[in-house]
Write a protein that binds this ligand. Sequence first.
Ligand code: KPL
Length: 301
Amino acid sequence: MTEKERAPILIIGAGAMGRLWAGLLSPRVSVRLATRSTTSATLQYTLVHLEGHSERIEIGPSSNAPPGSVLVMTKAPDAESALTAVSSHIPPDVPIILFQNGMGSQQDIAKRFSQRPVFAASTTEGAYIDDGGRVIHAGRGTTWLGPLTTTAHTRLDQTMITLRLSELDIQSDPDIEGRLWQKLAINAGINPFTALIDCPNGEILGHPYFEERIADVCREVAALMQASGRPVEAQSLEAHVRDVARRTAANSSSMRQDVRAGRTTEIDMMNGFVVQASVIHGLDAPVNCELTDAVTHLKQD
Ligand code: KPL
């Protein structure tokens, strides 16, 4: 079987990440893209590779063939409904890989589709869509993959092979939830500040609004992680937040981009998740609550 003869990969979500993966996979395997409006539109766009060269990508109309894998690349608030909308066309043994930021949406989906092989992926790959609609592969990273349901364990090797058709760096992590917690702490400590101050990641450092709150944000996240069986020092979370803000100084965070584009943000799966999960553990998270309210209010302005 040639790679092109494999069952197609269905990518749900046509944002920057969905288009990046579609563009990187499509030379080697047939790809279908399910967007918000339709599952059968042809999508054309330019992909600018890391090395700087441009490639015209055309993802053809979907066929009726059942997919061999499903990559869910919508924003976190849309993931469950988008997957549910197409789930009757997905055979029960087909791996479903969730790429959402934050926490909560992946666990809800894994619970709902608990008999299926469901994975979470956490990626540091950088991509955005520029003003001209081109998809820019902006930074090379690593994509970590780990099982969320029991049946996913038996499909891990096959799913790694499928994702590696993208020629990106794919690694497995048996404790993918630990990685999601780490990423949650980073996002909770960077994203709302960049959205509220309206600045690139690096400019939150030294800004009074950030400096007055970041220690408390990290203390609240650390208390929740401790209560969830993932002990960590608040100071080390804060050091990590500052390090990532420094290393991604020129980035416009996903939340700032969402606010600027008038899209729903992922605040409920980031600081909002910290607030909700803290309540369940009898903890208080007032600063994460303040940030959640402020960003929620921002997107309604
Ligand atoms: O994950 C990110 C995001 O923007 O959502 C960070 C790490 C903050 C990089 O921009």
